[in-house]
Design a binder for this molecule. Structure first.
Ligand code: PLP
Length: 417
């Protein structure tokens, strides 16, 4: 059954770009490309051209676009039951909670389902306050790291260790202590009796794909244990196999009390989760926290399909193997293109390091080659392709990087023999 549309929306790329300019709030830089469909690591634009997607909608489409298992799960669930609220139970939501307990490896896990990364972290921050306040009414402070990113709600914005993002909204609550991300002693010193939790990313994603040293993680764990604070790991970007294990903390010496995840959890449908173990699992009680859409059966069905597919198809192993091949392939281009000084990161969350401030220029040159990547600042290009990226697509990515690097060198008049 179709209904007559109330308005006419253009179908062509330029028409949509013009509409965006006048109708959307200007929170994002103007975009020029309109994508109409995708499959795996491929996207098709409004002109019918095929692109290689090495970005996955900011580390979201971990199984690639239009993965048949997710499509089938969503289609079946959307035709069956879409929403009941948390006053009732549904099998997809409980199935997801059970799977999250299994993949964290926490038999005593309890789960709160949210809509996105920020709302998963918001739940974690409130959980830490309830936990802290049982000991001391003033135990509500949060320790976070410089360069971190935890979201854009007011509480998670303040937790985000990037002062430039705070400035337009100051004054904030003043409940956060932020320390350098590479200084275990500073971290230990910042945690005290009024600290409810330390919140950190094992690999800082938005901060430039920066893995933390194990020494920092160990210092955080010890300081939290000393002061009855919770160690909370934000795996919104690193979770769901992105770094080659279900969660990035699983390849470190520490186990947190709370983990949050979101981006790739439902391969593109909006969802987030806050998972806690031990005492932290019981910190929130009835009425303490809630959200209308949390546990939505459709997004949960998608997440269940994501988790089952990663397990059944061996995608954690594939991520480690493909990540190593992609990192090596691009790092090797440094021999011919000295602006590439290295590749850092884990699994398929990679940062191409550039010796000159050309990240935006390279990103544009790659777009000319129909490759999607994400510049972070001036010196890093982030890659977060699907875990299903094929060996042929790795070769194609390296080829197009080669061409894009040659193009920017030619522009600079720096062509090398
Ligand atoms: C993207 C991100 C968030 C915020 O997630 P949203 O879904 O945009 O709210 C939080 N933490 C980390 C580590 C992220 O990468």
């Amino acid at each position: 059954m179709s209904v007559a549309p109330l308005v006419d929306v253009p179908t062509d790329g330029p028409g949509l770009v013009r509409l965006a300019e006048r109708r959307l709030m200007r929170t994002y830089p103007p975009a020029e490309v309109v994508f109409v469909r995708g499959s795996g690591a491929e996207l098709v634009d409004a002109d019918g051209a095929t692109w290689l997607d090495l970005f996955g909608g900011i580390a979201v489409t971990g199984l690639g676009h239009a993965h048949p298992a997710v499509t089938a799960a969503v289609a079946a669930q959307v035709a069956e039951l879409v929403h009941t609220s948390n006053l009732f139970l549904t099998r997809p939501a409980l199935g997801l909670a059970e799977r999250l307990a299994a993949i964290t490896g926490w038999p005593d896990a309890r789960v709160f389902l949210a809509q996105c990364g920020a709302t998963a972290n918001e739940a974690a921050i409130k959980l830490a306050r309830r936990h802290g306040k049982r000991r001391d009414p003033d135990k509500v402070r949060l320790v976070t790291l410089e360069g971190s990113f935890h979201g854009r709600t007011l509480a998670t914005l303040e937790a985000t260790g990037q002062p430039a993002k705070h400035a337009p909204f100051a004054p904030l609550l003043g409940y956060v202590d932020t320390v350098p991300s590479d200084d275990p002693d500073a971290l230990a010193a910042a945690v005290g009796p009024r600290t409810s939790a330390v919140l950190l990313e094992v690999v800082q994603g938005e901060g430039g794909v920066r893995p933390l040293d194990d020494a920092v993680l160990v210092a955080a764990r010890e300081a939290c244990d000393r002061h009855g604070a919770l160690l909370m790991v934000d795996e919104v970007q690193t979770g769901m196999g992105r770094t080659g294990t279900w969660f990035a903390f699983q390849s470190t010496p520490v186990v947190p009390d709370v983990v949050t995840t979101a981006k790739a959890l439902a391969n593109g449908l909006p969802i987030g989760a806050c998972v806690a173990r031990g005492e932290a699992a019981d910190a929130l009680g009835p009425g303490d926290h809630a959200t209308t859409f949390g546990g939505n059966p459709v997004t949960c069905a998608a997440a269940n399909a994501v988790i089952d597919t990663i397990a059944a198809d061996g995608l954690l192993e594939a991520c480690r193997r493909t990540g190593a091949a992609l990192a090596e392939g691009i790092a090797a281009l440094g021999a011919r293109h000295p602006v590439v000084t290295g590749v850092r990161g884990r699994g398929l969350l990679l940062g191409v390091e550039l010796g000159r401030p050309v990240a935006r220029t390279l990103e544009r040159a790659l777009r000319t080659q129909r490759v999607v990547t994400g510049a972070i600042g001036d010196h890093v290009l982030r890659l977060a392709p699907p875990l299903t990226l094929s060996a042929a697509q790795v070769d194609l990515a390296v080829e197009r990087f080669d061409a894009a690097l040659a193009a920017i060198e030619a522009e600079d008049g720096e062509v090398r023999a």
